[in-house]
Design a protein around this ligand. Structure first.
Ligand code: HEC
Ligand code: HEC
Length: 331
């Protein structure tokens, strides 16, 4: 992909969204302009220092378990705590529209993050996934892995204007249910649509055997080798939208396999399963009024039950938090 074409396409995307955009009712208005999804071509990079670094970054995303997982030979390189790959969730190494892509992410940092109550860099954001989604420890700050992953992310943001929203980022925004999501109903949906790959026990299917650092063909959705309870995928809204746009494997946001209702309920089933625990979660979101409604752990600024924060419905919580904010501002 030539730079000039990307820049031109970006202009077209922002100017003529209605002409070429397929506006889907399941995607929030702010992200409804997805039209042409442009992935810079990594194979066009020369075999020089920059090209090799970007490709190493791509490999770290795609083959995390083999390169920095808990089973690699050198104990000093065991940074991830589970055998997932980043691309278990960031589909196709972060290049898939509404598959939590990395495209445009580099252009959106540094920024304020409610979780820490401070402005954070893209490196900080990535460490969040190391400690939560990968249930591991942070990468060395200026080590070759961090430099390579951030280089890959910069490459994937080629042509993306700084501060401009990228349509297709994250996983979509389905309408919410006006009832609580139902893990019991979700279990049946899981058995019919997911268990064939992820296993009836949700523990996934390994490439080889435990200890070989080869990771999974189908990653675990819960259990000791999955993401921990502080991870984004352990919040209902992220999980349900991710599943709706991307699962079963091969699904795209343009033609989801599950109805929104089924996606909410199957996500609730997954969220109700056991997984590793992260310490000190109560310290997240120093300003509790900025805490997302679906964080599945307290404390909260409002009086709603933990159960409702986990499974919804979320609109009443949002309304109550809005009132509390107004009260705090003395309105
Ligand atoms: C278990 C699923 C999962 C895994 C594995 C995972 N992530 Fe994430 N990641 C998420 C979710 C969910 C989000 C939040 C998306 C959102 O903001 O809606 C996220 C967000 C991010 C973001 C910010 C994206 C944005 O649009 O702002 C970065 C950067 C990131 N992850 C890097 C990584 C890296 C690097 C790895 C591997 C070391 C990794 N992640 C592994 C689920 C995962
Ligand atoms: C055909 C096999 C297949 C089916 C069926 C399938 N998945 Fe997946 N799933 C995958 C693969 C493979 C990945 C890793 C990402 C990739 O490579 O696309 C994944 C990743 C995931 C992830 C994020 C990674 C993790 O470990 O948590 C979730 C959540 C998930 N699937 C949920 C579901 C749900 C819910 C269903 C049923 C509605 C489902 N999947 C059906 C193959 C499948």
């Amino acid at each position: 992909m030539k730079l000039k074409r990307i820049a031109a396409a970006v202009l077209i995307m922002s100017a003529a969204a209605e002409v070429c955009g397929e506006v889907k009712p399941t995607i929030a208005a702010s992200t409804a302009t997805a039209s042409q999804w442009i992935v810079p071509d990594i194979d066009k990079l020369p075999d020089d220092n920059w090209g090799r670094t970007v490709r190493y970054g791509r490999d770290l995303i795609a083959k995390t378990a083999s390169l920095i997982g808990p089973e690699v030979k050198d104990p000093a390189r065991r940074f991830a705590g589970n055998n997932l790959n980043c691309q278990s969730c960031h589909i196709n190494a972060g290049t898939q529209e509404y598959g939590i892509p990395f495209i445009g992410v580099f252009a959106d940092f540094p920024k304020y993050r409610a979780r820490s109550g401070a402005v954070g860099t893209i490196e900080d954001r990535l460490q969040g996934c190391m400690e939560r989604s990968m249930n591991g420890k942070p990468l060395p700050a200026n080590g070759p892995e961090m430099i390579a992953i951030v280089s890959y992310m910069k490459f994937l943001s080629t042509g993306r204007p700084i501060g401009e929203p990228t349509p297709g980022r994250r996983a979509g925004a389905m309408p919410e249910l006006d009832r609580a999501a139902d893990p019991v109903r979700g279990r049946k949906i899981f058995e019919n649509n997911c268990a064939a790959c992820h296993g009836a026990d949700g523990l996934g299917q390994r490439v080889g055997s435990i200890g070989d650092a080869k990771g999974y063909v189908f990653p675990p959705l819960w259990g000791p080798d999955s993401f921990n309870d502080g991870a984004g995928m352990n919040t209902l809204i992220d999980a349900a939208n991710f599943i709706h746009s991307n699962m079963p494997q091969g699904t795209t946001w343009q033609s989801p396999s599950l109805s929104p209702e089924d996606a909410w309920d199957v996500a609730a089933y997954i969220e109700s399963q056991p997984r590793p625990k992260k310490a000190n979660l109560e310290k997240d979101f120093p300003n509790k009024l900025e805490k997302p409604v679906d964080e599945p752990y307290g404390p909260f600024a409002d009086d709603f039950s933990l159960e409702q924060h986990k499974f919804g419905p979320f609109a009443p919580i949002r309304a109550a938090v809005k009132k509390l904010r107004q009260k705090q501002r003395g309105q």
